[in-house]
Design a protein around this ligand. Structure first.
Ligand code: BMA
Length: 313
């Protein structure tokens, strides 16, 4: 079935999905939420792959054009099976989000275990070796995204603790990337909107003249299950705990068959975006927890849309 997709600010690449199970050179169940980085002229995707056993780990894909990716022959990071991380990764590692910060790449990901999700931080200089630095949240927290620079001397992140069963985006601060505090609630689910049930940070914040652009995900529970979409908020450059504007309408919604149908239906879920020198934002997203897609929009369009459709709440 074909639906009009031009309601969305983000325009899908006509070759979507860019990665499916058929592109993975080792045995697994699905490939989906991946985080992109542009290193020189090369596009890199650190991918969440779910194995046949049912837990997730990471693989790496490389591309010259941001559309055609080759996946490396072996996974690049598996859940820890010894040491201090083991107990918190027993159900896998999920949803990496990479930020280039002070000359190195930091990745926040979700460590999954029976004790509840926790955010773990790793660093890599080359996407070949990966060093876990620390577990940086209490249980019940995920969707960690690191800002790409210090603000007023401090590192800053967004995350999604579950408080009273509600998933909201919070902001926290740190002097060393390991201990986080001064946490404040930033974006909450909005009754009556597309993100009425739960929200979480998706793309590491992007600096713009209009403020920090945060592309987040939200879902609305329906009788057919949740529908995950992508939306935006602008945060004050000097005080990112202040929301300048939050868009009332989503910028990308599941519409194509591969976004509608898969292991988890009706999901578009971004873990990162690349801003090209001409202002084009390439957003990479998992579709239906079953494949990887890319969609683009101009940064100016996204900001105009956010400011022109800002909601009162
Ligand atoms: C979220 C995360 C994502 C997933 C999404 C839809 O809670 O677990 O990894 O893509 O649900 O299933």
């Amino acid at each position: 079935m074909r639906f009009r997709t031009d309601h969305d600010v983000f325009r899908r690449w006509e070759g979507n999905p860019i990665l499916t199970l058929a592109d993975i050179p080792f045995e697994c169940n699905t490939v989906f939420n991946g985080t992109p980085m542009k290193v020189g002229d090369e596009y890199i995707l650190l991918l969440r792959v779910e194995g046949q056993q049912g837990y997730s780990f990471f693989a790496l894909a490389r591309s010259d054009d941001g559309h055609h990716f080759d996946v490396e022959p072996e996974p690049v990071l598996l859940p820890a099976r010894e040491g201090p991380y083991e107990v918190y990764e027993s159900l896998g590692i999920e949803d990496p989000r990479a930020t280039f910060l002070e000359g190195t790449y930091y990745v926040m990901y979700t460590a999954a275990s029976g004790h509840g999700p926790r955010i773990t931080l790793l660093r890599t200089d080359d996407f070949r070796s990966y060093e876990r630095i620390g577990i940086v949240s209490e249980p019940g927290n995920k969707d960690g995204v690191l800002f790409p620079e210090r603000i007023n001397g401090q590192y800053v992140r967004l995350d999604r603790p579950i408080g009273m069963g509600t998933g909201s985006v919070w902001i926290s601060y740190s002097n060393d990337l390991l201990s986080w505090g001064n946490s404040k609630v930033l974006l909450t689910p909005r009754s009556g909107y597309w993100d009425s049930t739960r929200v979480g940070a998706s793309v590491p914040p992007i600096r713009t003249d209009a403020g920090w652009l945060e592309i987040y995900h939200g879902f609305k529970m329906t009788s057919g299950g949740p529908i995950y979409r992508a939306g935006t908020a602008l945060l004050d450059l000097e005080d990112p705990s202040r929301v300048i504007a939050r868009c009332s309408i989503p910028l990308l919604s599941p519409r194509e068959d591969h976004e509608r149908v898969g292991d988890v239906c009706n999901v578009v879920f971004a873990c990162g975006a690349i801003v090209e020198p001409n202002g084009e934002v390439k957003m990479y997203y998992g579709a239906a927890d079953t494949c990887v897609c890319v969609a683009t929009a101009q940064l100016d369009e996204i900001i105009d849309r956010t400011l022109n459709h800002r909601s009162a709440d």
